[in-house]
Design a protein around this ligand. Structure first.
Ligand SMILES: Nc1ncnc2c1ncn2[C@@H]1O[C@H](COP(=O)(O)OP(=O)(O)OP(=O)(O)O)[C@@H](O)[C@H]1O
Ligand SMILES: O=C(O)C1=C[C@@H](O)[C@@H](O)[C@H](O)C1
Ligand SMILES: [Mg+2]
Length: 183
């Protein structure tokens, strides 16, 4: 698997809870790539949780940190990058994402809700109706996620290992089709 992508980075995008971090680690291992999670880089360097950064500095400041991290990461090769769910919101970020192959882990709002209903670490879900919030975020962001090179529609009950294998199986189909991938 180690030359499947010939060194180009793999960027995982998708909603919070889609499994970018979980599946990203497995993919990095399979590809013999390094693994970077933009949320983890931000919290480690700020020495604050994402909740704290949103509460103290605000979402706009968080988004700037996210862009800074992404721009630094995109200077490297042989990385699997788990991005934050909102990375797709800034046009500038796409210029970095397009340095690599972009995979969208596409999950329904219901699936995401089942995974995150007990979770308190996603500030945007600290809402009186988190399912409705997930639905509205997904609806708003879907056209942006859809700009990915590869869309992996998640099925209920599929394990992270199965999803990672599906990503690896489908990568050649986008790499071989010059209309589907710029590379
Ligand atoms: N295929 C799966 N089946 C069941 N649970 C999963 C699966 N993938 C991830 N999870 C669980 O769902 C939760 C969210 O996963 P993860 O943190 O990887 O999502 P994420 O896309 O990185 O979210 P964020 O954008 O907030 O960083 C975690 O508790 C994780 O263990
Ligand atoms: O979807 C989002 O906007 C977010 C997703 C997470 O990865 C974090 O980046 C943060 O909680 C915001
Ligand atoms: Mg994550």
């Amino acid at each position: 698997m180690n030359n499947l992508l010939q060194g180009i980075n793999l960027y995982l995008i998708g909603m919070m809870g889609a499994g970018k971090t979980t599946v990203g680690r497995l993919l990095a291992n399979e590809l013999q790539y390094g693994f970077v999670d933009t949320d983890e880089v931000i919290t480690a360097s700020a020495k604050q949780s994402i909740n704290q950064i949103f509460a103290v500095e605000g979402e706009t400041a968080f988004r700037q940190l996210e862009t800074d991290v992404l721009s630094q990461v995109s200077a490297y090769t042989k990385l699997t990058v788990a991005t934050g769910g909102g990375i797709i919101l800034k046009r500038e970020n796409w210029s970095y994402l397009h340095h690599g192959l972009i995979v969208w882990l596409d999950a329904s709002a219901e699936l995401l809700y089942n995974r995150l209903k007990e979770d308190t670490t996603r500030p945007l879900l600290q809402d009186s109706n988190p399912l409705l919030k997930l639905r509205s975020l997904l609806q708003e962001r879907e056209p942006l996620y859809a700009l990915a090179d590869l869309r992996i529609t998640l099925k209920e009950g599929e394990t992270p290992e199965e999803i990672a294998q599906r990503v690896l199986t489908e990568i050649p189909s986008v790499l071989k089709n010059p209309l589907a991938f710029r590379g």
